[in-house]
Each structure stands twice: as structure tokens, then as C-alpha cells.
Design a protein around this ligand. Structure first.
Ligand code: NAG
Ligand code: NAG
Ligand code: NAG
Length: 378
């Protein structure tokens, strides 16, 4: 009797859980179904059809039209910043006028040009790309603060477009055309955000290796393949059918961090001068430019997507970028540059140990947004 009662209760519980799960799925079915369907369609488009011919016909505009997107006036500029020196890497950090603290944090940590010169023996240049503050009332006071900041650090590049999410493509054009005009000889170009941590020693070592063999035709980052345009009007990534009517975007790397070799940067710049740049998603627009020039991105698992990297030595050894750092940037920089903090031998045992640690950190479904599971095995 007692056992039966327990069994009955267990059975009951199971029924209730099943009932509510089914209810939840039914209520959300339209959403889930839509999402799955959209992704299936966009993947099919990307992997079976994979022709982006329409770009040629739909996005081309006359050079006179195209230039209207990029002929904004410089309000702050440093045309001699690169000079004639041999430069390995030019980094543009997309920032907003009011983010003084974030810029300061970057200058004193991973973006410290002097540190890189002294400890890694290469020259890099780090600049901040800015537009004009969207609120008219605040513009004057912020302008004065920017002028002071710029006198001190000489690293702000500002144009006279309004600095909003929907103008990010204009900011991309600023970066590309600045590189082309004033720093064409820099071997690599990188674009990133002011809440991204870059493991500059790892990145420099990696780029030096590439530069030694063949530093051409490189476009590297976390590659998004077969992503569908977002049609949800409440999302900031919403793109209308008029603006982009196809099922899938060409392959692209998220704007939080990617690197181009100088030949690729030039080609993408040239393509951008022939296209309609009103698509405001800057990284997708770069993907469109690249597609026109027949350039494909290379995936690197240690360029982060949306999430923050885990604090662990086994991750520090390989990380390139990590997204979402503001207050902890000093601490993280301290950890990755402290020679004592992460001493690891290169033996079989420590490699095995790190693989296990990374599997535990990265191979948890729906949990790890930093690096993909296969990053555990490289
Ligand atoms: C687009 O057109 C140009 C010439 O107008 C051609 O060189 C290029 O291969 C075309 N690209 C694609 C993806 O069809
Ligand atoms: C982008 O900048 C231009 C030039 O300042 C401005 O006219 C336009 O309103 C801005 N667009 C958005 C969406 O902020
Ligand atoms: C550029 O694209 C936008 C959005 O699709 C469109 O409204 C605009 O007319 C296009 N501009 C040109 C010059 O074709």
C-alpha cells in the first residue's frame, strides 16, 4: 500500500511536469518554430545556394552616391600618427564620446603602445573612433573634455556624424578610410569595441608568425556563417525587408574584434566605395564588401563572441579577445601579464590538465558564450 502510494505520487509528479512542459512549448511554439525555421532556411541558403550575386546588383551605387556615406569632416585627427615607421598593427577602438573611463583603462592596459614596444618589440598604434554625441545639450561640454583628453593622449579620431548604434557603418567607413589615407603601410588592421579585452601579447605573437610566412589575404575573427537577418522589430539588430530581403547574411565576423591584413583592408575599403552603406550593421556590411571582393573569413576559436572569458590560466594562454570587460580590465591585465601568476609547463601533463579544464568551462550547453567547445581541443 505504502509503496503504491509513493509510486502514485512519483507518477503524478511526472505527469504534472510533462503537462506544464508541454503547455510551455505549446504557448511558445510559434516563437520556437519561427526561430528554428528561420535558421534552417538561412543555413540552407548559405550551404546549398551560397550565391550572393544579388549583392552586386542590389548594393552597387555610383561612386558619387557611395562617397556620400563617407565624406564626413574630421573634427579631431592625427594624420601623422603612423608616420613612416614600420607598424605591425593598427587598432581602432570604437568608443563613445562620454566613455572617458573606458578609454583610460585601455590606454593603461592592453592598449599601451609603449608597453608593447618595450616588452614585445613591435610598434602598434591604438586609436579611438568617435562621432558626435547624440544629445545636443551635452555636446558642448563633452567637446571641451574631448579636446583636453586629445591634447594629452593624441589618439582620438572624430568625424562629424552623430554617434549612434544606427550609424555604426559610418564609423566603419571612418576606420577604413583613415587607414587608407594615413596608415596604409601598417601590416594589420584591427577593429574592436571599448568593452573588449585584447590579450595583446598572444595576438602579437600570432600576427608575427603570420607576418613571417605570408601576411596576405587574412581576415580573422569569430566567423558567423549563415546568420539570418533579425526581423523582430523590437531588436536593435532589426533589419527591414527593404534594406536586406534575403534569407541569410554573407559570412562575417562580429564587430567586437577582427583583424585584416593590409591588402584585405584596402580591398574592403575599395569595395565600400562602390556600395550603398545604409545597412547599419557594420560587421555585416563588412561581410558584404568582402563578398564582393571574394574574400572569406578565417575562424579563430579564441576570438570571443558575446561573452566574457573565464578567469583561468588555461584560457589566458590562448585567448585573443574577450567581450564585456569594463571594471575588471585592470585586474585581468594584471593577471595575464604577471609572469608568476600563470606558470605552466608545456609538458603532456599540463596540456591534458588544461584540456580537461577547458572542457569543463566551455563544453556546457547554453552556458558558455565566450569560446566554443572545440576551443578545448586546440
Ligand atoms: C560582381 O561584379 C564584379 C564586376 O562588376 C565581378 O568582378 C565580381 O566577380 C562579381 N561578384 C560576384 C560575387 O558575383
Ligand atoms: C547618422 O549621422 C548623420 C550625420 O550626422 C545624421 O544625419 C543621422 O541622423 C544619423 N543617423 C542616425 C540613425 O543616428
Ligand atoms: C540605399 O539603400 C536604402 C535602403 O535599402 C534605400 O532606401 C536607398 O534608396 C538606397 N540608396 C541608393 C542610392 O540606392
Amino acid at each position: 500500500m505504502f509503496i503504491n502510494m509513493r509510486r502514485f505520487r512519483k507518477c503524478h509528479l511526472r505527469l504534472i511536469v510533462t503537462f506544464f512542459t508541454t503547455l510551455l512549448i505549446m504557448v511558445n511554439w510559434e516563437n520556437i518554430d519561427n526561430k528554428i525555421l528561420t535558421h534552417v532556411k538561412s543555413y540552407t541558403y548559405r550551404y546549398l545556394h551560397n550565391s550572393f550575386q544579388f549583392i552586386n546588383t542590389s548594393f552597387r551605387v555610383s561612386p558619387a552616391e557611395a562617397i556620400r556615406y563617407s565624406n564626413h569632416k574630421y573634427l579631431l585627427n592625427h594624420d601623422k600618427k603612423c608616420g613612416a615607421k614600420d607598424i605591425l598593427l593598427l587598432i581602432f577602438v570604437k568608443s563613445s564620446s562620454q566613455n572617458f573611463e573606458r578609454r583610460h583603462a585601455i590606454r593603461t592596459t592592453w592598449g599601451n603602445e609603449v608597453y608593447v614596444e618595450n616588452t614585445l618589440g613591435v610598434t602598434i598604434k591604438v586609436l579611438f573612433a568617435l562621432g558626435v554625441h547624440p544629445e545636443q545639450k551635452k555636446r558642448k561640454i563633452i567637446r571641451q573634455q574631448l579636446i583636453l583628453e586629445n591634447q594629452k593622449y593624441k589618439d582620438l579620431i572624430q568625424q562629424d556624424f552623430i554617434d549612434t548604434f544606427h550609424n555604426l557603418t559610418l564609423k566603419l567607413l571612418l576606420q577604413l578610410s583613415w587607414k587608407e589615407s594615413y596608415c596604409r603601410h601598417a601590416n594589420f588592421f584591427m577593429s574592436t569595441d571599448d568593452d573588449v579585452f585584447i590579450h595583446i601579447p598572444n595576438l602579437i605573437r600570432y600576427l608575427q608568425q603570420i607576418a613571417r610566412s605570408d601576411n596576405k589575404n587574412l581576415w580573422i575573427g569569430r566567423v558567423h556563417r549563415g546568420s539570418p537577418p533579425v526581423r523582430d522589430k523590437t531588436s536593435k539588430y532589426y533589419v527591414s525587408q527593404d534594406m536586406y530581403s534575403w534569407l541569410s547574411y554573407p559570412d562575417y565576423t562580429p564587430g567586437s574584434g577582427y583583424v585584416l591584413s593590409k591588402d584585405v583592408a584596402t580591398k574592403i575599403y575599395q569595395a565600400s566605395r562602390t556600395l550603398n552603406a545604409s545597412l547599419h550593421i557594420d560587421d555585416v556590411f563588412l561581410g558584404i564588401c568582402a563578398k564582393i571582393m571574394d574574400i572569406s573569413p578565417k575562424d579563430h576559436v579564441f576570438f570571443s563572441g558575446e561573452g566574457k572569458a573565464h578567469y583561468h590560466c588555461c584560457i589566458y594562454n590562448q585567448m585573443m579577445t574577450s567581450h564585456g570587460h569594463v571594471s575588471d580590465i585592470y585586474e585581468l591585465w594584471g593577471r595575464v601579464t604577471d609572469p608568476e601568476a600563470c606558470q605552466m609547463s608545456s609538458g603532456l601533463f599540463s596540456r591534458l590538465y588544461c584540456t580537461l579544464v577547458k572542457v569543463r568551462l566551455l563544453c556546457v550547453p547554453f552556458w558558455s558564450y565566450s569560446y566554443p567547445c572545440n576551443a578545448a581541443f586546440v
